[in-house]
Design a protein around this ligand. Structure first.
Ligand code: KG4
Ligand code: ZN
Length: 336
């Protein structure tokens, strides 16, 4: 069988990333330039700064990915690029770059959905994993429960009605003074705290068993902080972090396990930045074992934004014959 090499590019938010992926599941290189330090002083991602930094770094990141994989552009069979969802200016940098390389080399261009990439991150280290399965995608912009029916075939069965899980982590982290990026900081802080110290609400969405809502939880944390302040009581940051994290994790686990059982699948995977959360990984491990469900999760480096996952998703699109023209554009609100 002919070997297929994909060059993948990801620039939807604040990571400039490129990777080379062989035959869909073998990651030959995975280069990520994270802009986190640049955005930290602003307390979140500044879209204009993100776009400018992507432009500055993208060629270097791609050259490094090719060098790390010991391949040249001549060895590449196709170029996969994230074209949505994400920040429009940031996406445009990757899309323009991919189009330019495709035009210059004559190699096919494949636009990839960012969330599809996150889901496909599970195929990198779990060589035996095949659809169908249920996947929870929890990132900074999305909290989706998805049935992966086949490669590239998805059914969205649940979503957040307001804030995404990662967004809630980021907002609560800011409120308790941990700063940006919130997820990893709360993860670390929570290890020192008591998850049962404060009982925060577990929101249910009436009539939608698999939908999520995190804005009420965020408000409950803000109210708690405010009432402590009014009473002149000191806030135990670690306890608040641990209690908030437990509330998020419990809801994600409960809804996901119910969905896997209800839909009759025996495999479950997690994806997206929040999937790197240590308490979440542990809780899902325990819950899946108890329910007799096989549990899959990418290593943390493949949970947060990277281009390897885009190369995997791109490979399955490539195999299906998907090719994009030079009219491929960034689609900031692309749906799954
Ligand atoms: O998937 P991702 O890298 O980018 C998007 O597609 O949004 O996800 C970023 C989100 C951020 O909200 C970040 O705070 C969260 O993932 N995150 C975490 C952890 N690491 C990243 N949330 C909880 N615990 C973590 N360890
Ligand atoms: Zn992402």
């Amino acid at each position: 069988m002919k070997e297929i090499f994909l060059l993948a590019i990801e620039s939807s938010c604040d990571e400039t990333a490129a990777a080379v992926v062989k035959n869909g599941r073998e990651v030959l290189s995975n280069v990520i330039y994270s802009q986190i330090a640049l955005h930290t002083e602003f307390g979140g991602v500044v879209p204009e700064i993100a776009s400018r930094k992507h432009i500055e770094k993208i060629n270097q990141v791609i050259e490094q990915a090719l060098a790390d994989a010991s391949v040249g552009l001549k060895d590449i069979d196709a170029i996969a690029v994230t074209y949505g969802p994400g920040l429009v200016g940031a996406l445009l940098v990757g899309v323009s770059e991919a189009k330019a390389i495709s035009f210059a080399t004559g190699k096919p261009l494949i636009g990839v959905h960012h969330i599809e990439g996150h889901i496909c991150a599970n195929f990198i280290e779990n060589k035996e994993l095949e659809p169908p399965f249920v996947c929870l995608v929890a990132s900074g912009g999305h909290s989706h429960l998805v049935v992966v029916k086949d490669y590239g075939e998805y059914e969205l069965i649940g979503r957040t009605r307001d804030d995404a899980a990662g967004e809630a982590f980021d907002k609560v982290a800011r409120a308790i003074g941990l700063g940006y990026p919130g997820g990893p900081k709360i993860d670390r802080e929570a290890k020192e705290g008591n998850p049962d110290a404060v009982c925060f609400p577990r929101a249910k969405v009436a009539g939608s068993a698999y939908d999520f809502s995190f804005s009420g939880l965020k408000s409950a944390v803000l109210n708690y902080l405010n009432s402590c302040k009014m009473k002149g009581e000191a806030v135990n940051t670690a306890d608040v972090a641990a209690s908030f994290q437990k509330a998020v994790v419990e809801v994600l686990v409960e809804h996901s396990i119910a969905a896997v059982k209800e839909y009759g699948y025996d495999k479950f995977a997690i994806a997206g930045g929040v999937a790197s959360n240590s308490a979440l990984r542990e809780a899902f491990g325990v819950a899946c074992k108890k329910a007799g469900i096989a549990f899959y999760r990418p290593s943390p480096v493949f949970c947060t934004d990277n281009a390897a996952m885009i190369g995997v998703a791109g490979y399955y699109e490539y195999k299906k014959g998907v090719r994009h023209g030079f009219d491929l554009n960034a689609v900031p609100n692309l749906s799954l």
